[in-house]
Design a protein around this ligand. Structure first.
Ligand code: HEC
Ligand code: HEC
Length: 375
């Protein structure tokens, strides 16, 4: 700036000051109004829309891909240009230099002009930066899509209880029985004949906090024969899984809390009227889920009889078919009556299936083992 320019500038400044408005209260008042409106908008969004919960943070989960919010994606993408030992350039030097350059702007750019024709370098440079940021953001969004399983979190109490019961049936029922009642263990290596105490009684529920139950499941009780289930200890359960499991145990077994009606209904095995014809999807699947899948899933001893769905139940197993429509001598029926079909073991272990559940299986096989209810 030369002297003439300086004088002109000073004049403009004084004129603006005379005609303009004061920062306090005019500007401040306007800012406060806008801030309040944004505040109301945020409150409204969180009440009426909200954000879906993600699973609890789990340091032992190696499949988790960390991904920043969209406005930081360009930084995240930039990291990919600085592998390994150069990472600090991407995380610290470049962003740090950019912030310092912006902070020092008033000291090195004293050009008072506003028209872009007089600020070609500054505007050109900043445009390149903005284009680069947009480009990196798009690239990050394409190459690292958000994790999909985030929506699978059980958000309501009934959903958590149901999820917990499913986990219980798969992971715990083989030793503790389908409802925590215990009994003599059969068919579990290392615990054959062990007399398992009940864990669903009030003495257990009153003396174990949720936290204690959580830890028992996460760490197991290896000296007593219970394996650890937390992922960090070689188990299959994430933190949310264990939380849901504990919620299920608490609401089902502790008589100081009341099971929500919805959860009770979702977990109930449908009642079969005397004339109803049972079908797999309505009547058998819930029983299989709760009483059979803990052993009849991949990786367990079960004669390769996997009970994950109708087709598997009908067509898998070393002695398939285990279900023959209409034939009460089917392997499945014999097994749940405790007959041996091989030299191996009798079924079911730990606690035999109650007579009314056995009756449902029998009526289903007799009716031709239909998959779907007749319309
Ligand atoms: C391989 C067999 C086995 C499996 C599977 C198993 N447990 Fe256990 N659990 C045991 C044994 C053995 C004990 C010790 C029982 C005793 O002390 O009499 C035990 C004890 C417990 C106790 C009581 C501990 C205490 O001190 O009060 C709880 C609660 C429990 N298990 C919950 C679970 C849950 C929930 C699962 C499913 C994630 C599970 N267990 C799966 C074998 C098992
Ligand atoms: C605690 C574990 C466990 C549970 C729970 C269990 N099973 Fe089994 N099941 C086994 C084992 C082990 C075998 C293999 C027995 C053998 O060696 O003959 C088996 C075998 C079978 C077979 C014969 C499969 C074949 O092709 O040889 C049928 C059918 C069967 N189970 C049905 C059921 C049904 C129905 C349920 C639920 C009501 C159930 N099982 C629950 C452990 C279990």
């Amino acid at each position: 700036m030369n002297d003439v320019q300086k004088v002109q500038y000073k004049e403009r400044y004084l004129r603006a000051k005379r005609n303009g408005e004061k920062f306090f209260p005019e500007s401040l008042y306007r800012d406060m109004l806008v801030m309040f409106a944004i505040f109301l908008l945020l409150v409204g969004l969180s009440i009426f829309i909200g954000v879906a919960a993600e699973p609890k943070a789990d340091p032992s989960d190696t499949t988790y891909i960390p991904r920043p919010e969209w406005y930081f994606l360009f930084l995240f993408e930039m990291l990919k240009f600085f592998p390994g030992s150069l990472e600090w350039v991407g995380t610290t030097i470049i962003p740090g230099a950019a912030v310092i350059a912006l902070l020092l702007l008033p000291f090195y750019d004293k050009n008072p002009a506003r028209h872009w024709k007089k600020r070609k370098f500054a505007i050109g440079f900043m445009s390149v930066v903005v284009v680069a940021m947009v480009f990196l953001t798009i690239q990050a969004a394409v190459t690292t899509p958000p994790q999909k399983n985030a929506s699978a979190v059980a958000a309501t109490l009934p959903a958590q209880i149901t999820a917990g019961q499913d986990t219980y049936s798969v992971q715990c029922a083989e030793c503790h029985g389908p409802d925590g009642g215990g009994g003599v263990i059969k068919g579990v290596k290392g615990l054959e004949g062990f007399k398992m105490k009940a864990i669903n009684g009030q003495d257990e529920m009153y003396t174990r906090t949720d936290n204690t139950l959580y830890n028992i499941v996460e760490y197991g009780q290896p000296d007593l024969g219970m394996p650890p289930f937390g992922k960090a200890f070689g188990g299959e359960l994430s933190r949310s899984d264990i939380d849901n499991l504990v919620t299920y145990m608490r609401y089902s077994w502790d008589n100081r809390v009341q099971m929500p009606k919805e959860a009770a209904q979702a977990n109930a095995i449908p009642v079969l009227g005397p004339k109803d014809i049972p079908s797999y999807s309505v009547n058998i699947a819930p029983i299989v889920k709760r009483y059979c899948v803990s052993c009849h899933r991949p990786g367990k001893e079960n004669n390769n009889y996997l009970m994950g769905g109708y087709n598997d139940v009908m067509n898998s197993g070393d002695h398939k078919p285990n279900v023959v429509a209409g034939d009460l001598n089917s392997n499945l029926i014999r097994m749940i009556h405790g007959e041996k079909i091989t030299a191996g073991g009798a079924m079911p272990p730990t606690k035999s299936l109650s007579p009314d559940l056995i009756a449902i299986f029998e009526r289903w096989v007799k009716a031709g083992a239909p998959e779907k209810p007749a319309k």
